[in-house]
Design a protein around this ligand. Structure first.
Ligand code: 0CM
Ligand code: SF4
Length: 315
């Protein structure tokens, strides 16, 4: 009989933008005291949001729920200029925890709108990041989510069109969408650099590498986390028989393990590693104690905290 084992993807879990955003809220609580208002989930992870709530963060949907003059943190996914204006009207003190790699896409939208391009933004309808990004130039940006959206796009000048994207998409699916768009607009320009971020693509590469050897891949992450959900899809596309997204080990159904020798484990960019350790413990208790880490990249990137916060921190 083959020995039961776990393949553990690396990189997995926290990226530099998530770490920065979570630490921003923690430090703001320490520095200014509770409550610290946060517009939307700081990152798309249930555990992170619950833990920060216990420590005094108050998550709101919109800035109009924040009392005038209070402190509000903007989430890692970014906000449109309209949200900055609303906050200013209410005289809120703001700390912007938008990931610098999301800001980079905002700058691209601004630049290409200024140069009078039509911008095709590939991303998921309703996701906060694309709402913020598109909000930089709503009159120039069209969102392309599904294959059907490709047919609906209308541009003024087919020689002046560029595609950009959300940072947390499937690399492969995005290229499918780009090729469909190029079928309609052969002169479609590529972004100056990849918009799908290093963390999203590195986690997909790690899953792709281990999935062919796994009957089951467990992805730790929340249902509203785009990059986590993509890992489930990538695992199945790369050859795992099944893959599931769980917030906590307790959500694992024992039946998933029936006849399974190799379980792959990974986590999205917004997931604290303690939750992955919980899954490894659960698996060890059921005979999957042999854990081998599959490393496809070593990430060293880190971002400085937002300037608005740094200036107040004691050195
Ligand atoms: O964008 P996504 O839904 O994957 O967000 P997340 O909070 O799960 O991950 C990190 C980010 C960003 C921006
Ligand atoms: Fe930034 Fe990428 Fe992390 Fe999003 S997933 S916060 S874009 S590093």
């Amino acid at each position: 009989m083959t020995r039961k084992r776990v393949l553990l993807a690396k990189p997995r879990g926290y990226c530099a933008g998530v770490d920065r955003a979570v630490v921003t809220v923690e430090k703001a609580l320490e520095q200014y005291g509770a409550p610290v208002y946060v517009r939307k989930e700081i990152v798309h992870n249930k555990h992170v949001v619950e833990t920060l709530t216990e420590r005094g963060a108050v998550f709101v949907d919109e800035t109009d729920e924040v009392p005038e003059g209070s402190l509000v943190v903007f989430s890692a996914h970014g906000v449109s200029p309209a949200v900055h204006e609303q906050a200013e009207e209410r005289q809120l003190r703001t700390i912007d925890a938008t990931c610098p790699l999301v800001t980079k896409v905002h700058m691209e939208v601004k630049r290409f709108a200024r140069e009078d391009y039509d911008i095709l933004l590939i991303g998921h309808e309703g996701h906060e990041e694309v709402e913020g990004t598109a909000g930089e130039a709503p009159e120039r940006v069209q969102l392309v989510d599904t294959a059907e959206d490709v047919d609906k796009v209308e541009v003024r000048d087919p020689s002046k069109v560029i595609w950009l994207s959300q940072t947390t998409l499937s690399v492969d699916e995005t290229m499918v969408r780009v090729n469909q768009l190029k079928g309609r607009f052969p002169e479609l320009q590529d972004p100056p650099s990849d918009d799908i971020c290093y963390a999203t693509s590195n986690r997909q590469v790690a899953v792709k590498t281990m999935a062919p050897e796994c009957e089951l891949v467990i992805v730790v992450g929340s249902q509203n986390s785009s990059n986590s959900k993509r890992l489930v899809e990538v695992a199945v596309q790369a050859g795992a028989n099944a893959s599931y997204l769980v917030d906590y080990a307790k959500e694992i159904d024992e039946a998933w393990l029936d006849g399974v020798t190799t379980v792959g484990v990974t986590s999205g960019a917004s997931v604290p590693d303690i939750l992955v350790m919980g899954v490894l413990e659960y698996l060890a208790e059921r005979g999957y104690a042999d854990v081998e880490e599959i490393t496809t990249a070593n990430e060293k990137i880190a971002f400085a905290l937002p300037r608005e916060l740094r200036k107040d921190l004691v050195r």
